[in-house]
Design a protein around this ligand. Structure first.
Ligand code: LLP
Length: 434
């Protein structure tokens, strides 16, 4: 459930009128609901009754400092994919001692920074990485805690570009090599074996692939517990969210009328289904949700620039573009798009909703039906809180968009829109051109 609702004609985030935010801070601007994030955190953290669960929020989904601080205050730990993400957590004033560092290409500098910060564990993705972590830890005179990311070769039935757990993907160490990798890890003097990890992909809307992963990993986890005394299993992130009719997915959403087996995955079903297999392992459970914590907590506000009536086709040209939200261009992903001011007396319009960038892929929605809107009116692209702002670029010399956090009736700008001067501040004309 999220906290975006029409109050009268105007779309609100919690108690804040989004049109007011758009007028104050301009567009495109991301707006996040702190209460929605809190609800998501509470649901996921409480989804596995009777188990010792730690949520390590996947920072890559939304690394805004205010969002990280909010989650840290709620008791979340973190999963980072780079030292930069770890430094964001620290800059936000949250701790990293219970947090984990994943990623296939950790550099020596990143490993050193993470060891100095005293993170909980590295999630190791290859044998050469083990050797490198051992080497860096030795130089610092410390022991590095690790888990190996095991690739279970499970098809997550999700978009090919966000599948990670099959043998065709670059991630982790194949299940059949995992025992040997742990054996090798146990011989390194500066490494302590702490657990086992797996992450099979993102936007997974059925629980089956997670169950299959646990079936495959369970025996190995028990073997490692006996051999090396591992204390935890991380089952990664990946819980999918509802993108279609996101605005309606409140307490009485369209899919709640479907038979249970056909409903999209919820944290409750995820937790209740996986808890029995997990409790048999007798290990602490780490969850690494990203999308399911923040996706439905964010929208991207945009202004309509033109309605262009083409040949047999309408184009609604807005001021947000693929540089601000790349998901539709990159993964053909669906985001619901709604007017900030709802007017049921207006006609419906069918249009391609596009940005101003000089690329045909700069299109948020094709032949989408929407209430007729004109120049100067605002739209919200729903469910944009995950993998939205973090994937923004400066393509076409457009600035990285602003971000606003809402809680109740309070709201604050938490990232200012980038200025042109900031954008070019690292560039210079070389002496040989002067
Ligand atoms: N843990 C690891 C090791 C991961 O690689 C990821 C995401 C997560 C946790 C969090 O997964 P989530 O709960 O968010 O599904 N940009 C893509 C999604 C890429 C996900 C990458 N890894 C998108 O916009 O759909």
């Amino acid at each position: 459930m999220h906290h975006f609702r029409y109050a009268g004609q105007n779309l609100h985030c919690e108690s804040v009128d989004l049109a007011e935010v758009a007028r104050l801070y301009g567009t495109p601007t991301y707006v996040y609901s702190a209460t929605t994030i809190e609800d998501n955190y509470t649901r996921i953290a409480g989804s596995m009754k009777g188990l010792d669960v730690r949520v390590c929020y996947a920072v890559k989904a939304n690394s805004n400092l205010a969002v990280l601080r909010h989650l840290g205050n709620l008791g979340s730990s973190f999963e980072f994919a780079s030292a930069g993400e770890m430094r964001r957590v620290l800059a936000a004033g949250a701790g990293v001692r219970e947090s984990v560092f994943a990623g296939v290409g950790k550099t020596e500098t990143e490993i050193r920074l993470a060891l100095e910060a005293g993170i909980f564990a590295f999630h190791v993705e290859s044998e050469p990485e083990l050797a490198r972590i051992n080497h860096v830890a030795g130089k610092l005179g410390v022991k590095a805690s690790i888990s190996i990311r095991v690739n279970p070769d499970v098809d997550a039935h999700t978009h090919a570009k966000i599948t990670t757990g099959t043998s065709a993907n670059k991630f982790g160490i194949p299940l059949k090599h995992a025992s040997a990798a742990y054996e090798a890890a146990s011989k390194y003097p500066n490494i302590t074996i702490k657990g086992i990890q797996s992450h099979i992909g993102s936007q997974i809307t059925e629980v089956g692939p997670f169950e299959e992963t646990l079936e495959k990993l369970g025996p190995l986890a028990l073997e490692l517990k006996e051999r090396y005394g591992i204390t935890y299993i991380s089952i990664g992130g990946g819980i999918g969210v509802v993108y279609k009719d996101a605005l309606a997915s409140g307490p009485y959403s369209w899919w709640e009328t479907l038979p249970e087996a056909k409903r999209p995955l919820t944290p409750e079903v995820y937790g209740a289904t996986l808890a029995p297999a997990l409790s048999g392992l007798g290990l602490k459970v780490l969850l690494e949700p990203g999308r399911s914590m923040v996706a439905n907590a964010g929208v991207l506000l945009s202004r309509v620039e033109y309605l262009k009536r083409g040949q047999g086709k309408n184009f609604l040209i807005v001021d947000a573009a693929m540089n601000d939200l790349v998901r539709p261009a990159m993964y053909d992903s669906f985001h619901e798009i709604v007017p900030l001011r709802r007017d049921t007396t207006r006609r419906a319009l069918v249009a391609d909703i596009v940005g101003p960038i000089c690329e045909s892929t700069d299109c948020f929605a094709k032949d989408r039906q929407i209430q007729e809107v004109g120049e100067g009116e605002y739209l919200a692209l729903m469910s944009a809180g995950a993998y939205g702002h973090v994937m923004a670029s400066r393509y076409n010399t457009r600035p990285i968009p602003a971000e606003v956090l809402v809680k109740g009736s309070a709201f604050e700008l938490v990232t200012a829109r980038e200025t042109f001067e900031e954008q070019i501040s690292n560039e210079k004309i070389p002496a040989f051109l002067k």
